[in-house]
Each structure stands twice: as structure tokens, then as C-alpha cells.
Ligand binder design. Structure first.
Ligand code: TYM
Length: 347
């Protein structure tokens, strides 16, 4: 060991993120992830995958999975991701993800995974009955990111701990295999008012596709009447909207709705409250929020329906993306295997 500083990663900036094809997408997925993808594709090299390997950590009907994968790809396109700028592909089409995940399973420690709160939430009281894949899920996520040496990862707040684990795995790999600066320590891109969209029925739990109540979320495919009705019925406390941002403290439902307004309009929360503070929620704030949502989501829903009617177009995008992603992952997995010491006829 020397006292020299560990060399930092010095490769190009690259973005990777993914969404599971395990059910209908909602507003949280849009604001926490998809909206950021669209912005980033103009600034950095981007890869966006549909993480079907992650989806099967919980049961997925085999006759539905490919359709669900196409639906997520269609949502990427409908949100504005441009396949000429970003690589869109299914995770299972690039074998290097699973290969690197195995190597990382031998780098990550059981104690690290035991701390993952998402596994605890998803496995609930019956953790013995959960799949092993659900437990090692964050290790595969690290492989998704590092197999492209991605430096930036746009995600919602709920993924923060998984990104910390990714950094720990990268650091331990670099150390164990005497490869300083080999894997980057990726930066999570979480900030912004849409990073943690909460349920419309309870401002203390996040909006989620697994919530049994459809009233708790806005689905990206909801029509205008459904959106308006869900916002009208969204839970609030009886007090009027506060005049300032400090007034949102300890008012989770109000905080969530004002945050949504801010994320969708691009205005600060303070500015939103300057207009609506002191008024009741139903007076003009909720109708204006519903209008904003409809304005944003209706064109996306229409695009998604168009792609659903033309799966061949989606398949072309996914096939071209898979080819490009394989080309990018290939040298990284080859070099990683060399560092681990596996046999190769090219050595
Ligand atoms: P998934 O499919 O559960 O979620 C997809 C994205 O949506 C974000 N999200 C939210 N953002 C704000 N508010 C919410 N209520 C909300 N609910 C979901 C998630 O944070 C995520 O960004 N583990 C990932 C998938 C994944 C991945 C990766 C992401 C697999 N490999 C590599 C980044 C890089 C997930 O949660 O998917």
C-alpha cells in the first residue's frame, strides 16, 4: 500500500437508468425518472434499459412479459426519449449484465444486502418465501450501471440506497483487484421536486404500482376524466393552502400536491404558494393541478396507444438498442473478467 491518492475514474460521462416492466407506470415513474431521461439525452451519452431481469424477481406471467417490456419502451418514447440520441434496450438482451452481476455477488457482502430497506419492504413478513433474486436485486442494478461504466444515474429518491451500494461495490472491486479508478463511482441524479411523489390517499407513503388502491396514483394511461376525478378526491387536510413553503411542514398531503404542481409547471413552490396560498384546495388549486396533469400526460397516453398498435416499430428500436448496448458492454465485461483472472484464449 502507498500513501498516494487513489486515482479517480477519468472516462467519459455516461448516463444509465432503468424501469421494470412489472405493471402500469405512474406519475412517480414519470417525474422521478422518465422526465429526467428526456432532459439528459441532450447533455450526455444515455442508455435506458427496460429491466426485465429485475422484473422476474417477483412472478411475471411469461405470456405478458414481452408485451410489458414493449410498453415501457413505448413510455420512454412517448415521454420524449429519442432513440437517435439515447440507447433504449431490454436488459435481458445483453448477457453481460447477468455475467457482471455474478462477479459482483462475490464482491458485495451479505451484511451490505441485509441493510437494504427495499428488500425488507418488498419481502414483508415472509422473507423466507421471497426469491433469492429479490435479495440480490441491488447487485444486478450495480451491474447494469457499471457494465457501461456509467457515471450518472437518474432515479427517484427510493433508489438512493441502491446507488450507495453500487458505489461500495465499485470501490471494493477496484480495491480487491488492484485496479484503481477502473469502475467509476456513479452519481445519483435525484434532486428536484418530483423525486418522491407520494400517494394521493396518504401523503406519508410513496406513490407505487403495488398500492392496491388505484385512487392512490395517477397512471400514465389514465384519461382526462379519471385524472380530474383522482385529483378532486385526493386527500388533503382541512386547512387552506399555506402562504409560504415553511407552512408545508407536517402537512404531507399539501406538500405532495404543491410539489407536483411545481414539478409539472417548472415554477418554484414559493411561487405556486404566492398564487394559491390562503385558498381552499378545491377552489382553484386542484382544478389547475388537474389541468397541468392532463396537459402533460394526455399526449403521452395518445403516443403510447399508437405504439401499442404498432409493436414492430418498438421491436426495431429495442433490437437496434440491444445491439449498441452489447457493443458498449463487451469490452468492459472482457476487461473485468481479465482482472478477475478468468481463463481466456486471448490472454
Ligand atoms: P422501478 O421500475 O421500480 O421504478 C422506475 C423509476 O421510477 C422511480 N420512482 C419514483 N420516483 C418518484 N416518486 C415515486 N413515487 C416513484 N416510484 C418509482 C424509481 O426511483 C425509478 O427511478 N431499481 C429500479 C430499476 C433499475 C435501475 C437500474 C435504475 C434496475 N437497474 C439501474 C437505475 C439504474 C427501480 O426502482 O425501478
Amino acid at each position: 500500500m502507498t500513501d498516494l491518492p487513489i486515482p479517480a475514474y477519468s472516462g467519459p460521462d455516461r448516463v444509465l437508468s432503468g424501469v421494470q416492466p412489472s405493471g402500469a407506470l405512474h406519475l412517480g415513474n414519470y417525474l422521478g425518472a422518465l422526465k429526467k431521461f428526456v432532459d439528459l439525452q441532450n447533455r450526455m451519452e444515455c442508455l435506458f434499459c427496460v429491466v426485465d431481469l429485475h422484473a422476474i424477481t417477483a412472478w411475471q406471467a411469461p405470456d405478458q412479459l414481452a408485451t410489458q417490456t414493449r410498453e415501457i419502451a413505448a413510455a420512454y418514447l412517448a415521454a420524449g426519449v429519442d432513440p437517435r440520441k439515447a440507447v433504449i434496450f431490454p436488459q435481458s438482451a445483453v448477457a453481460a449484465h447477468a455475467e457482471l452481476a455474478w462477479i459482483f455477488q462475490c464482491v458485495a457482502r451479505i451484511g451490505w444486502l441485509d441493510r437494504m430497506t427495499q428488500f425488507k419492504e418488498k419481502s414483508g413478513k415472509h422473507k423466507e418465501g421471497a426469491s433469492v433474486g429479490l435479495y440480490t436485486y441491488p447487485v444486478l442494478q450495480a451491474a447494469d450501471i457499471l457494465v457501461y461504466k456509467a457515471t450518472h444515474v437518474p432515479v427517484g429518491e427510493d433508489q438512493k440506497q441502491h446507488l450507495e451500494l453500487t458505489r461500495d461495490i465499485a470501490q471494493k472491486f477496484n480495491h480487491d483487484f488492484d485496479a484503481p479508478g477502473y469502475f467509476p463511482l456513479p452519481e445519483p441524479l435525484i434532486e428536484g421536486p418530483g423525486a418522491r411523489v407520494m400517494s394521493l390517499r396518504d401523503g406519508r407513503v410513496k406513490m407505487s404500482k403495488s398500492d392496491p388502491s388505484d385512487q392512490s396514483r395517477i397512471n400514465l394511461t389514465d384519461d382526462a376524466d379519471t385524472i380530474a376525478a383522482k385529483i378532486r378526491k385526493a386527500r388533503t387536510d382541512p386547512a387552506p393552502l399555506p402562504e409560504s413553503v415553511e407552512g408545508l411542514k407536517d402537512r404531507p398531503e399539501a406538500d405532495n400536491l404543491v410539489g407536483l404542481y411545481s414539478a409539472l409547471s417548472g415554477r418554484t413552490e414559493a411561487d405556486v404558494l404566492k398564487e394559491y396560498g390562503g385558498q381552499g384546495f378545491g377552489q382553484s388549486f386542484k382544478p389547475a393541478l388537474a389541468d397541468l396533469l392532463i396537459e402533460t400526460l394526455s399526449p403521452m397516453a395518445a403516443e403510447m396507444a399508437k405504439y401499442a398498435a404498432d409493436p414492430a416499430e418498438i421491436d426495431r428500436v429495442l433490437a437496434a438498442g440491444a445491439e449498441k448496448a452489447c457493443t458498449l458492454a463487451e469490452p468492459v465485461i472482457a476487461e473485468t473478467k481479465r482482472l478477475v483472472g478468468f481463463w481466456s484464449d486471448k490472454a
